[in-house]
Design a protein around this ligand. Structure first.
Ligand code: PA5
Length: 440
């Protein structure tokens, strides 16, 4: 039921893998002993087995309430405060979740950009609908969600009045500090907590990810069981048992050979936001001190018709990690056609899933031959349990990889620079000096 890692397309010998195991063990131990840099942000490591069970039940009750009361659920958040739940929603409920016939609300993600076009369009779509809102910000001060939430709060209060609006707004934030917590207390919003020791991009297993998932009808008990079984398996410091070790070895051996771009490939469009979550996880964790693999992604087979040429034939500074869903796809069978004008009768009777699998195999062989080392990460199916397990697999791999690289995977100092410039240019009090410098 867990993740498996196949390195037969990596070109890595068993001997080299074993050589790396020693260093990976040290990095992995820092993670599980909580002794590495940034160890005050390692609360997520054993969270799958020690999460707050009472709060978990409250998440389920709140999501039932939200489902009864609303046709639309707005999730306000950016970065780690929305990417995980968006990825899970799409992976489990599919690309057309909002358009499907269902007994759960449509879900829209706002506050993850500052585009007026984006927000205006969503406000237009939902204007006659019953709405509930989940505003998510660990710091409680991030500009993008705070800006969107001010607009949404006003819209909700005009629509429902202050009291009913407060019953429809749920805040997920820090336990003891931040502007959002203060506001939530003042307005009497039901609140959920992101632990002090869990950073945004590792928070999908907390109320940050769980409340939106539960509203969407995803089985969050199973999701957490998947993460908990991941905890048991991925804490084992042994490359023969722990697939995280193989993945970490693969990407770091590639990096040491000058291959600095990792492409995460999928063959299921419902994984495209999973890749966005993965990119943030690795990009923000590893890209430090002028080091780090650049995480990028492609959706196959679509992108074989856009990026396929480069991957096959462009500069050889890339390597590829493929997510393969082994089975349990909905079955569509290619029909026989009497005239066979499209020449496709050789596919008659085959399922689309089989054809997709052959596309994966064919692409794998082509890319390996073209000099792109490949790693295939397989899961049996994509359900709530497996998704919890897979996300936890990547979180452990990411923390271990970051330590192996010699960076603190749990901070993000580089994100501040754009914010300070933006604040200065917008005239935020306290940024006068920087404003003068930027405008000179
Ligand atoms: O991983 C991180 O810590 C970041 O991506 C944050 O999740 C993101 O910046 C949003 O922060 P906050 O939840 O404090 O609004």
């Amino acid at each position: 039921m867990s993740v498996s890692v196949d390195l037969k397309g990596s070109g890595i010998s068993f001997k080299l893998l074993k050589e790396f195991e020693v260093e990976i063990k040290k990095a992995h131990q820092k993670l599980f002993d909580k002794t590495g840099e940034g160890s005050d942000f390692l609360g997520w490591v054993d969270w799958p087995i020690r999460y707050d069970k009472q709060e978990f039940e409250r998440i389920i009750s709140a999501s039932e309430k939200i489902r009864q009361k609303s046709q639309v659920f707005l999730v306000v958040g950016i970065g780690g405060s929305y990417l995980g739940s968006k990825a899970a929603l799409e992976a489990i409920k599919g690309n057309f979740h909002n358009q499907m016939n269902k007994d759960t609300p449509d879900i829209f993600f706002v506050g993850n950009n500052i585009s007026s076009r984006y927000l205006k369009d969503i406000l237009e779509i939902i204007k006659d609908k019953e709405i509930c809102v989940n505003v998510i910000s660990k710091s409680g001060t991030t500009t993008e969600p705070a800006v969107a939430f001010r607009i949404i709060k006003k819209m909700m209060e005009e629509k429902y009045g202050r009291e009913e609006s407060a019953r429809r707004i749920f805040a997920t934030t820090d336990k003891s500090k931040g502007a959002l917590l203060e506001l939530a207390k003042k307005e009497n919003y039901e609140t959920f907590v992101i632990g002090d020791d869990i950073g945004g991009r590792f928070s999908v297993i907390t109320p940050v990810g769980l409340l939106p998932m539960s509203v969407a009808g995803i089985d969050i008990r199973e999701f957490m069981h998947g993460a908990a079984s991941g905890y048991e398996k991925y804490k084992t410091p042994n490359i023969d048992i722990n697939p995280c070790f193989k993945y970490v070895a693969f990407r770091n051996i590639m990096y040491s050979k000058g291959k600095k771009i990792e492409i995460l490939a999928n063959y299921e469009p419902s994984l495209s936001n999973f890749s966005e979550w993965w990119k943030q996880l690795f990009g923000e964790s590893e890209g430090k001190d002028h080091k780090g693999i650049y995480p990028s992604s492609v959706n196959f087979t679509s992108d074989l018709h856009s990026m396929g040429q480069y991957i096959q034939d462009g500069e050889r500074h890339i390597f590829e990690t493929v997510i393969r869903i082994a089975g349990h796809n909905p079955e569509i069978i290619m029909p026989e056609d009497e005239n066979n004008l499209d020449g496709l009768n050789y596919l008659s009777g085959k399922s689309l899933a089989d054809i997709n699998e052959k596309a994966l195999e064919g692409t794998f062989l082509a890319h390996v031959e073209g000099g792109v080392p490949n790693c295939i990460i397989s899961v049996e199916t994509l359900d709530s349990y497996t998704l919890g397990n897979l996300m936890y697999f990547f979180m452990v791999s990411c923390g271990t990889s970051g330590y192996l690289l010699g960076v603190n995977p749990f901070n993000q100092p580089g994100v501040e620079t754009y914010k300070e410039n933006m604040f200065a240019l917008l005239g935020k009090p306290g940024y006068e000096e920087l404003q003068k410098k930027l405008l000179s």
